[in-house]
Design a protein around this ligand. Structure first.
Ligand code: FMN
Length: 239
């Protein structure tokens, strides 16, 4: 594939087929992503790669945490606090998840992107149940056979976050080039304990993001192409 085809061909995939990703293909993608630049070549990231049974188990544990926390949200206030304290559904993320409102400009973009996605899915904005069900699909990785959890060393502060982001984009482009699909998933950073149950995460490493990987289905959700900002919005004007 040529570069533009790969770049434009990558889209967040939210419906995966059950076709397995061969382990040599997965390793090729990871090897290619390792060509990414990083601050002083520190490469301060590590991946927990869940496939097969482990992928299924982590998915169902995350889903039950999501369902439990959703139930708690719907309770009246005093009960909500009590349930939150006594349940194991409280977020145990390494970074504070952005669950509330974004700054106005980004909230606007977020809503527009979400609205476009729900339109493609035929979900009405007022249909909270259907929106919750769609959100829940995040936690079983949209049925992807591979879930990748990205950890960084916080000793590298902000450069580790940048490096991990660049690495993830390389991984996503490499996967696209091989006919696979990906979805970066911040939602997979909300609960860390299900991943700790299955992987020996080195001390000090922090979970920053997840990523679903697999073969895309023909589902219309995978054709969704949200708008990107234009050059005027991108460039900071001169004084
Ligand atoms: C750091 C990061 C976190 C994301 N988290 C989620 C997520 O939790 N769930 C989801 O469906 N999409 C998630 N996305 C995908 C974005 O919604 C998507 O990249 C954006 O809407 C632009 O669409 P595109 O990837 O198809 O170009 C995330 C993307 C990034 C880069």
């Amino acid at each position: 594939m040529d570069f533009l085809k790969v770049l434009n061909g990558r889209r967040s995939i939210r419906a995966f087929s059950d076709k397995e990703v061969e382990s040599d293909v997965l390793d090729e993608i990871l090897q290619e992503a390792l060509e990414s630049p990083s601050s002083s070549n520190t490469q301060p990231y590590k991946l927990a790669i869940a496939t097969g049974d482990v992928c299924q188990k982590i998915g169902s544990e995350l889903l039950s945490k999501y369902n439990a926390s959703n139930k708690i949200q719907k309770q009246p206030l005093p009960l909500k606090v009590l349930s939150a304290i006594t349940s194991d559904a409280l977020p145990d993320s390494d970074f504070k998840p952005i669950l509330g409102k974004y700054p106005p400009l980004f909230q606007e973009r977020r809503i527009a992107t979400g609205a476009g996605l729900y339109k493609v899915l035929g979900i009405e904005r007022s249909d909270k149940k259907a929106r919750d069900e769609q959100m829940a699909r995040n936690f079983t990785f949209f049925d992807a056979p591979v879930a990748i959890f990205v950890f960084i060393h916080p000793g590298m502060t902000h450069t580790a976050l940048l490096d991990a982001g660049i690495f993830m984009q390389s991984l996503m482009l490499s996967a696209t080039n091989k006919g696979l699909g990906t979805c970066a998933q911040g939602a997979l950073g909300i609960w860390r304990s299900p991943i700790d149950k299955h992987f020996k995460i080195p001390k000090d490493y922090k979970l920053v993001c997840g990523l679903a990987l697999g073969y895309p289905t023909e589902d219309k959700v995978n054709d969704y192409k949200p708008n990107k900002i234009n050059l005027t919005d991108l460039k900071i004007p001169k004084i």
